[in-house]
Design a protein around this ligand. Structure first.
Ligand code: HEC
Ligand code: HEC
Length: 234
């Protein structure tokens, strides 16, 4: 990495504004691309690294993205553009735009789109996973939900850590929590995964409702407590 970008990022903390931008449902202001920021940046460090850098001028966000790529961040050109636009718009030198008025009812959330923005970076566009690093969800989420319907929302709401085995492969990673997604969004993601690539068992399941997600949210679990609730599947 070039020492120039390293220095400029440290200097940048002089520009940083207090993290007064936190929104009630997550530390980052809501806006197009926010889920991709959560998904991409939390792969290596807490989102607070990003939140606390709010107020950087555009060129320092570009420097930061370059530095993260040197540190191993893998993004496509298009993803990088989305990240850059989000970071400079919502965590730049100007106050972030007002969040768009919530107009959508549950049925209008596009689960496949939220999956693409929040989950695909690790689990793959079609849930295929990355061997050894990120478990596959395709052909697997239906089995999990059929074995214990109440389990499937838990990794999404609370994250998951510890050793799991899927189709003979062992995974021992950390999935960050997605509690900033709304109940409607979580239900829509689960239903879209089950419909698109749920595999055996998925067809017989009733769709998840926002109410089910809301009650799962009340459990207050840690990532290892989620592991304890994971059903044994054949
Ligand atoms: C492949 C791993 C990886 C990914 C992905 C990643 N980072 Fe980082 N990031 C790091 C490491 C490692 C550090 C600590 C570097 C250091 O010690 O200064 C860091 C530090 C930072 C810092 C603090 C910089 C400083 O001067 O300490 C910011 C801001 C940051 N990252 C932003 C981001 C953003 C924004 C994203 C997502 C677009 C992201 N990171 C994704 C690895 C990553
Ligand atoms: C930063 C990478 C990352 C992102 C983003 C991510 N996951 Fe995960 N996910 C993981 C890892 C790693 C595991 C396995 C954790 C372990 O080994 O204990 C996992 C596990 C899971 C599991 C549990 C599988 C099982 O067999 O118990 C489900 C379900 C899941 N993820 C769904 C999602 C959904 C839905 C999203 C988007 C809202 C998502 N994940 C986003 C990394 C990620």
């Amino acid at each position: 990495m070039s020492s120039f970008s390293r220095t400029s990022i440290c200097l940048a903390f002089a520009f940083a504004v207090p993290a007064a931008m936190a929104q009630e449902d997550g530390p980052l202001p809501k806006g197009p691309g926010v889920n991709l920021v959560y998904a991409t940046c939390q792969e290596c460090h807490p989102i607070s690294y990003v939140v606390e850098s709010a107020g950087l001028p555009d060129f320092l966000w570009q420097d930061t993205l370059n530095l993260m790529k040197q540190l191993g961040m893998k993004v496509t050109v298009q993803q990088e553009e989305t990240l850059y636009t989000y970071l400079t718009t919502y965590l730049g030198t100007e106050p972030p735009p007002e969040p768009e008025a919530e107009t959508g009812a549950a049925a209008e959330v596009d689960g496949a789109a939220v999956y693409a923005g929040s989950c695909a970076v690790c689990h793959g566009a079609d849930g295929q996973g990355t061997p050894g690093a990120f478990p596959p969800l395709a052909g697997h989420v239906g089995k999990l939900a059929a074995a214990d319907r109440d389990y499937l929302p838990l990794p999404v709401l609370y994250g998951l850590s510890g050793e799991i085995e899927i189709e003979g492969h062992t995974y021992n990673g950390v999935m960050p929590p997605w509690s900033q997604l709304s109940d409607d969004e979580v239900a829509a993601i689960l239903n879209s995964m089950l419909e698109r690539f749920g595999g055996a068992g998925a067809a017989d399941l009733a769709p998840y409702t926002a109410e089910e997600i809301e009650s799962a949210r009340g459990l207050g679990l840690s990532t290892s407590e989620v592991l304890e609730r994971r059903p044994e599947i054949p």
